[in-house]
Design a protein around this ligand. Structure first.
Ligand SMILES: C[S@@+](CC[C@H](N)C(=O)[O-])C[C@H]1O[C@@H](n2cnc3c(N)ncnc32)[C@H](O)[C@@H]1O
Length: 240
């Protein structure tokens, strides 16, 4: 049975192969978002971790390499094929849409849910985070990165800061330009969805680019040292 098409399905169909081939060294990911997100992960050896919106599996591979039992979900089959290849079939992958209930996971299944750069494609954060809370054990963690709302507010010329709304822009860094849709969420929409679904924020970090970024792209490096594009949030599920 097929799944409901995700908002950015067509865009990721177009760029999946290029995305998978360059993501290990693409500066915004490799030398900006990923180092900060990974710095927020404690020891995962022996832990069950869900990689939600796993894409081509760079994080899934990292989790496996650090001793975790990793499970990936993505709505894009091309991305899942890349993830399977990257991890030599050592992780389990589900082709599933994060907008829908994750009924194939029992309550309290995971020690952690990791979701880098994926929640921006889901309009209803409270529904998604409530589902993540359900499948996490008490005191389990939920770590995600997403566009910084202040960046998106400026970049998409948002007229109403508070209104969650669909936005789109041209991505030019993955071969032929592609129109990429996503959702804009205010900082309050993100943080209130967390507290409304039983999480407490442990740490919120605005990434800074690394020295490798400076070598690769000095101009963007300068910009990122002055204004954030992404934000990383680690939240903990409150014990009931
Ligand atoms: C920017 S990529 C991030 C991939 C990976 N987390 C990383 O950081 O390398 C976003 C991923 O989210 C997936 N995605 C978007 N909407 C989704 C949805 N509704 N359900 C599941 N996956 C989704 C896309 O297919 C894509 O693989």
């Amino acid at each position: 049975m097929g799944i409901r098409k995700s908002l950015p399905q067509d865009a990721y169909d177009q760029i999946a192969d290029v995305y998978a081939s360059i993501i290990e060294t693409k500066p915004h990911n490799a030398y900006y978002e990923r180092p900060t997100t990974l710095s927020l992960i404690d020891n995962v050896a022996g832990k069950s971790i869900l990689d939600a919106g796993c894409g081509p599996g760079v994080y899934t591979e990292w989790l496996l390499n650090h001793g975790a039992k990793a499970i990936g979900i993505d709505a894009n089959e091309k991305m899942i094929s890349h993830a399977r290849r990257r991890t030599s079939d050592k992780a389990v992958f589900y082709h599933a849409n994060l907008e829908e209930p994750l009924t194939f996971f029992a309550d309290s299944t995971f020690d952690g849910v990791l979701s880098p750069l994926a929640v921006t494609y889901i309009r209803d954060h409270k529904k998604l985070f409530t589902e993540f809370s359900r499948i996490l054990r008490p005191a389990g963690w939920f770590l995600f990165s997403t566009e910084h709302p202040f960046f998106s507010y400026w970049y998409f010329k948002i007229q109403n800061y508070f209104e969650t709304q669909e936005v789109s822009c041209d991505w030019k860094g993955f071969g032929e330009p592609v129109r990429m849709p996503s959702y804009y969420h205010s900082l309050g929409a993100i943080t209130e969805a967390l507290s409304d679904s039983g999480f407490v924020i442990q740490k919120m970090v605005e990434p800074k680019p690394t020295e490798e970024f400076k070598e690769e792209d000095p101009e963007r490096y300068q910009r990122l040292t002055k204004f954030p594009v992404f934000i990383c949030i680690k939240a903990i599920k409150l014990p009931l």
